[in-house]
Design a protein around this ligand. Structure first.
Ligand code: CA
Length: 227
């Protein structure tokens, strides 16, 4: 199930979007201002963000720029009003992937969302993911670090790809279980920790620094050791 964060302060518009998306099988979390949006984005992982330009405490374009500093991958769809056409350009420059002018038909919003999610999944022909000295090839499903090839099992590869898609972001065990194993996480088992440790051995043991760090009580994060 795709998880969407909707950042929109107008309650009527938010309720309309939320209801429609939920009817189409999406899980939606709504933030009414920039501060709560930032909190949600730190706590949870989303597959797509819908971001309104006019927010009570910040500007959606500025918020988009801030989000892009730590998250380069999650698709962002901006909502702009008809008289703010210049916002479209600014929004795209700030890292948004698409925009929609209010008022819009729900079917158009849905089509844009589906297109963005599809595009993000296919990775748009860019099949190299890079983090620090670690490289992942999403076509051949191989990894290398510091120029040395690393052999991964299918699950280890999927797990590493998930970390590479979400650099500098805490991933909860629940989220990892859902994305890599497509199951609900059972807190009685430690298989996520077991797999993370397998992966760590392969990508860290013979190399200069740690990349996957444990965040006690929360999960795991891919980040450079000195940051
Ligand atoms: Ca607004």
């Amino acid at each position: 199930m795709n998880h969407i964060c909707l950042i929109e302060d107008e309650q009527k518009v938010a309720a309309f979007i939320c209801k429609g998306l939920e009817e189409h099988g999406y899980k939606v979390k709504t933030a009414g201002d920039g501060v709560s949006a930032q909190i949600f984005l730190k706590q949870e992982q989303f597959d797509l963000l819908i971001l309104d330009v006019m927010l009570p405490d910040t500007n959606g374009i500025e918020l988009c720029r801030q989000i892009r500093q730590t998250d380069a991958n999650t698709p962002i769809l901006m909502l702009t009003a008809l008289n703010q056409v210049h916002d479209k350009v600014l929004g795209l420059k700030a890292g948004a992937d698409d925009y929609l002018v209010k008022p819009f038909h729900f079917s158009e919003l849905l089509a844009r969302i589906e297109a963005l999610l599809r595009r993000n999944k296919s990775n748009e022909g860019n099949h190299q993911m890079v983090f620090d000295d670690l490289k992942l090839d999403t076509w051949s499903k191989t990894a290398e670090r510091d120029g040395r090839q690393i052999t991964l099992t299918a699950k280890e590869y999927t797990l590493l790809e998930l970390f590479m898609q979400n650099p500098n972001k805490i991933l909860s065990r629940e989220y990892i279980a859902e994305k890599v194993w497509e199951i609900d996480f059972d807190t009685g088992t430690n298989f996520i920790d077991v797999y993370v440790n397998y992966l760590r051995k392969k990508i860290e043991k013979d190399f200069k620094s740690k990349l996957i760090h444990t965040v006690i009580g929360m999960g795991y994060i891919l980040k450079q050791a000195n940051k």
